[in-house]
Design a protein around this ligand. Structure first.
Ligand code: S3P
Length: 439
């Protein structure tokens, strides 16, 4: 699961993206389907599950805690729920690899169990901040050890009980919100989270879907402990975060015309569509429908000219995972694009501000990193070599940049693309990207 420096992408310049495709299932929803399915009473059937390393890390963690899970088989997973009190102590530490979502959400869910458990991750995850979850969990009475730097491994010790809190979140983070709501399931009294800006709400939606009483008033979500989940069936939409590479690729490559099928368009995730449209992208949202409590649609994207913009502050949390792709769009736009208020990008799978700026500069683009964003002047992308630093989204973004490059683009350290997008290379090649991988 650890990143191997060996896998490189080689992408020939030019080409266009045409046809239709369905990208793999939503990562955030896939994680949560395993968590709630495991805690439910009864059997939960999941379709469209993301068979990437991150979601599989969550699946394997629950297997290690005694949950019988069949699959995944072509996106089908059957979870034999054990009920709220049915998890058992794993024999070994739970290794969640590169997955921040697994670590932060599990940390909350496990804080109130009656057993000790250790969470470990790969080198990237072991550098990422965990105090944002362990500090409020401590306020609830949890006993969790971190390193001195506030990072993993996390050792979660059993406690007598957790107490609900009313938590004003200092960062707009769905992982922090979800962590505390999951801990709240095992706490006495009420647990509330109030977020400073809207973040993805899959946890709240799925809790309701599994029949749990969760109240939402504006930016505040509240639940009481001691409830139950009833098993249900879930159809997981395609991940808009994976679709984003194709939205950008088809927009920047002349002559492109692409349909992305069954994409999740939850309003807390569509910042990328809003931002690209403001830059001049031609994206149509077709056949809007509902898939198990989540809105989905087919996205039709055709190439178009882009202009630089000042990215609206309110769109930042709604597009937080899509900035690597949006930066490529900005590099192809006429004029200047300015992003501010996105300091969270520095603590993702890599420092996405620095690593993207380095990569853009390596390809001849004038990109200036700032503490909380970037200033990019649109220009001609050159061929060259870019180090993705083992960050899946950076690797896929620079693969798309080649569509507008003047020479071959090589992206190194790409193995972690499998964390969120298994099959990226053949799928992208199938719609027209001239990509191959070498190890
Ligand atoms: C996620 C929340 C986001 C996002 C991550 C998935 C989730 O992280 O970047 O890829 O599933 O809750 P933050 O909550 O840290 O912003």
């Amino acid at each position: 699961m650890n990143s191997s420096h060996a896998l490189n992408f080689n992408i020939k310049p030019g080409g266009k993206l045409r046809g239709s495709l369905r990208v793999p299932g939503d990562k955030s929803i896939s994680h949560r389907s395993i968590m709630f399915g495991s805690l439910a009473e009864g059997i939960t059937q999941v379709t469209g599950f993301l068979e990437g390393d991150d979601a599989l890390a969550t699946l394997n963690s629950f297997r290690q805690m005694g949950v019988k899970i069949e699959g995944p088989d072509n996106g089908r997973v059957t979870i034999h729920g054990v009920g709220m009190q049915g998890l058992t102590a794993p024999k070994e530490p739970l290794d969640v690899g590169n997955s921040g979502t697994s670590m932060r959400l599990l940390c909350g869910l496990l804080a109130g169990q009656g057993f000790e458990v250790t969470l470990v991750g790969d080198s990237s995850l072991s550098d990422r901040p965990m105090r944002r979850v362990t500090a409020p969990l401590k306020e609830m009475g949890a006993n969790i050890e971190t390193t001195e730097a506030g990072t993993a491994p996390l050792v979660i010790h059993p406690v007598d009980h957790l107490q609900g809190i009313d938590y004003l979140m200092p960062v707009a983070s769905a992982q922090v919100k979800s962590c505390l709501l999951l801990a709240g399931l095992y706490a006495k009294g009420q647990t509330s989270t109030t977020e400073p800006a809207p973040t993805r709400d899959h946890t709240e939606r799925m809790m309701s879907g599994f029949g749990y009483n969760i109240k939402r008033e504006g930016s505040k979500a509240t639940l009481s402990g001691n409830g139950r989940f009833a098993a249900c069936n879930l159809d997981i939409p395609a991940d808009i975060s994976s679709a984003a590479f194709f939205l950008v690729g088809a927009t920047i490559a002349k002559g492109s015309d692409l349909i992305l099928e069954h994409v999740g368009i939850n309003p807390t995730r569509i910042g990328v569509i809003n931002i690209l449209r403001e830059m001049g992208a031609d994206i149509e949202v077709l056949n809007k429908r509902d898939a198990g409590g989540e809105p989905v649609a087919d996205l039709h994207v055709r190439s178009s000219k882009l202009k630089g913009i000042k990215i609206p502050a309110d769109q930042v949390p709604l597009a937080i995972d899509e900035f690597p792709a949006i930066f490529i769009a900005a590099a192809c736009a006429e004029g200047e694009t300015i992003l501010t208020g996105a300091e969270e990008l520095r603590v993702k799978e890599s420092d996405r501000i620095q690593v993207m700026a380095d990569g853009l500069i390596a390809l001849g683009i004038d990109a200036k990193p700032t503490p909380d964003g970037m200033i990019i002047q649109g220009g001609q992308i050159q061929g060259g070599t870019v180090d993705s630093h083992g960050d899946h989204r950076i690797a896929m973004s620079f693969a798309m940049a080649a569509l507008r490059a003047s020479g071959v683009v090589t992206v190194t350290d790409c193995a972690n693309v499998n964390t969120s997008f298994p099959g990226f290379v053949p799928l992208a090649a199938g719609v027209g990207l001239d990509i191959s991988s070498t190890s």
